[in-house]
Design a protein around this ligand. Structure first.
Ligand code: CP
Ligand code: NVA
Length: 330
């Protein structure tokens, strides 16, 4: 594995990391996963502690940070959307300085990217972005690890993102593909293309890595020959309930379905960061059925449950990649 030193580094967005640094974290995660399966301990951070700030809900990210902390020999404190002083009686700058005096690292999940950037500015210990409206970098590490496990390499692979490409997942996958020399295609209504400045930045990065960044509103043209079809929820955490109707109207043509998987090819895999609306077994899923008559949203249950789906491998890899991140930066 490459000789890369990330000690003391934040992870706020993948734009701040080089291709080699991202590849190093993915390879380290693959190694740590193998060690965990064999029962080889890697508790190199014994005695350290980390703070996990969640201003939005989470299953995977929270559990991954917690279990990864334990496996590395650490303890952690979960600070949820209520119960701490942060934001209400205490500024981000003050919270950062308080927590950095007590903990060795801080994870933050919340709203604007500027909040996690501010936290890092005032914190003397590493800060990790556990999802903001704009970026979800630890998710991309897990996604790329899963693609590497599947195909053996990342460079040259075609990842097709369908749905809301202007939020954290679309943005971050575009950055990840640009950095890793992959072919990124956003397949969606143009209202949902990523922000123009970020597209330009990614296209500049792509010039050096051999990546390509493309956009189309034709689901068959976009998914042709793709290695990965990726989608995310149509309405993200923190967005108002009123947007559902418009999203369902705009994004239904981009629902991942069997004919699109077939169009991509037999080798193609389906990925989703989860949680996912693929049936009526959730309160929101049921509510959307009652209001709009739909039984599935961004992906059909058939594709979600198919042998081409890698969503649960991807979810497991959240833990291994988050562990690699804390292993390397603490
Ligand atoms: N994918 C992801 O971030 O899941 P959680 O919201 O459950 O953390
Ligand atoms: N775009 C989704 C991702 C969840 C992991 C959200 O922000 O809610």
């Amino acid at each position: 594995m490459a000789d890369i030193n990330l000690k003391g580094r934040d992870l706020l967005k993948l734009l701040d990391y080089t291709t080699e640094e991202i590849e190093y974290l993915i390879d380290l995660a693959i190694k740590l996963k193998d060690e965990k399966k064999k029962g080889t301990p890697h508790d190199i951070h014994r005695g350290k502690t980390v703070a996990l700030i969640f201003e939005k809900d989470s299953t995977r990210t929270r559990c991954s940070f917690e279990v990864a902390s334990y496996d590395l020999g650490m303890n952690c404190t979960y600070l949820g959307p209520t119960g701490s002083q942060m934001g209400k009686k205490e500024s981000i700058a003050d919270t950062a300085r308080v927590l950095a005096g007590i903990y060795d690292g801080i994870e933050y999940r919340g709203f604007g990217q500027e909040i996690v950037e501010d936290l890092a500015k005032y914190s003397k210990v590493p800060v990790w972005n556990g999802l903001t409206n704009e970026f979800h970098p630890t998710q991309i590490l897990a996604d790329m690890m899963t693609i590497k496990e599947e195909f053996g390499e990342l460079k040259g692979k075609k990842l097709c993102y369908l749905g809301d490409a202007r939020y954290n997942m679309g943005n971050s996958l575009m950055v990840g593909c640009a950095k890793l020399g992959m072919h990124f295609v956003a397949v969606t209504n143009e209202k949902y293309f990523p922000n123009r400045e970020l597209i330009e930045e990614c296209r500049k990065i792509a010039e050096g890595t051999g990546a390509t960044i493309e956009f189309t509103n034709d689901p068959f043209e976009g998914t042709k020959g793709a290695d990965v079809l990726y989608t995310d929820v149509w309405v993200s955490m923190g967005e108002p309930d009123e947007v559902w109707k418009e999203r369902i109207e705009d994004l239904t043509p981009y629902r991942v379905r069997k004919e699109l998987m077939e169009n991509a090819g037999e080798h193609a895999i389906f990925m989703h960061c989860l949680p996912c609306f693929h049936d009526l077994n959730t309160t929101i899923g049921k509510d959307m059925h009652d209001r709009f008559g739909i039984t599935e949203m961004e992906v059909t249950d058939e594709v979600f449950e198919s042998s081409q789906s890698r969503v649960f491998e991807e979810a497991e890899n959240r833990m291994h990649t988050i562990k690699a991140l804390m292993y390397a930066t603490l």
